[in-house]
Design a protein around this ligand. Structure first.
Ligand SMILES: O=C(O)c1cc(=O)[nH]c(=O)n1[C@@H]1O[C@H](COP(=O)(O)O)[C@@H](O)[C@H]1O
Length: 279
């Protein structure tokens, strides 16, 4: 029997837990603020606390791989354990790895994050399409086989992104729109939601693009980067119901107290639900 597609699993999690994604980004400054050392033991403690506090209540946890990779193999071991424990507690894990390479190498990334049985197998992974959308094919195919998802960068939250993403492609569309249209084609016919998501920053003011991709829209940028839940309807318009707002420092700064983390996530979930409903 083929596994339940990621899009269906995500839709259910969003409807029951609320759409919030919390990022696990163990910045050195956060480890210090939590009274931890900037070492593997601090990383392990930080990560375990976030997973224990939130994996049983938020729809998605998004570990940012870079913050684990900086500790080498022992950091990756912490990441592996976090993925396993977060999934066991019912959260969907979106591995924020932002991989992108020629197709043959993309196949190895797909084997790492999207093939059942791999130590870093996750419910979904972030990828960059700017080596050409077709270069993502191994990841897209692996995701279908394992019931996983792929979140493709479209319009990122950082101001530097525009020079690439808003550039005009040969046929007159922006590069971001070209990528979004590819995602829509991948998701065609999927119900209730496709498994190929787009990353679109909540900081954009107005996305200025057609976001009707029949897939989830990961929206980083709330909190530390200045966006708020109230900005979501303006950025996402009619697609706001498919938005998965992602917050890292805005929640993590409320630790190490488990109650503080839970209250921050709960408050944001309420604000997001109100903003989406009030549209
Ligand atoms: O893919 C992402 O999650 C992502 C895309 C994007 O356009 N902007 C963006 O900030 N992110 C990630 O989202 C997180 C944002 O963290 P905070 O600014 O602390 O909420 C970081 O892990 C970023 O790498």
């Amino acid at each position: 029997m083929s596994p339940e597609p990621f899009g269906a699993r995500l839709r259910r999690a969003m409807d029951t837990r609320g759409p919030l994604c919390v990022g696990i980004d163990p910045h050195a400054s956060l480890l210090t603020a939590w009274g931890l050392n900037d070492d593997v033991a601090g990383l392990e403690r930080f990560t375990r606390t976030v997973v224990e506090a939130l994996a049983d209540r938020v729809a998605v946890l998004k570990p940012q791989s870079a913050f684990f990779e900086r500790f080498g193999s022992r950091g990756i071991a912490v990441l592996e354990k976090a993925v396993e424990e977060a999934r066991a507690a019912g959260a969907l894990v979106l591995m924020d790895a932002k991989r992108g390479d020629i197709g043959s190498t993309m196949g190895a990334y797909a084997a790492t994050y999207l093939e059942q049985g791999s130590p870093l197998f996750s419910d979904a992974v972030t990828v960059s399409p700017y080596l050409g959308f077709g270069s993502l094919r191994p990841a897209l195919d692996a995701a279908v086989l394992s019931g996983a998802g792929v979140f493709v960068l479209a319009l990122t939250s950082n101001p530097e992104g525009a020079e690439v993403q808003r550039a005009t492609a040969a046929d007159g569309r922006s590069l971001a729109q070209l990528m979004l249209d590819h995602m829509a084609a991948e998701n065609e016919g999927a119900a209730p939601l496709g498994s190929v998501g787009a990353v679109v920053g909540a900081t954009l003011g107005d996305a200025g693009a057609d976001l009707a991709i029949n897939g989830p829209l990961l929206a980083p940028g709330i909190g530390a980067q200045g966006a708020t839940p109230a900005d979501l309807p303006g950025v996402f318009g009619a697609s706001v119901g498919n938005v998965v707002p992602s917050v890292s420092r805005g929640v993590l700064s409320q630790g190490p107290d488990v109650t503080g983390l839970r209250e921050a996530a709960g408050r944001l979930t309420d604000e997001i639900r109100a903003a989406v409903a009030g549209r």
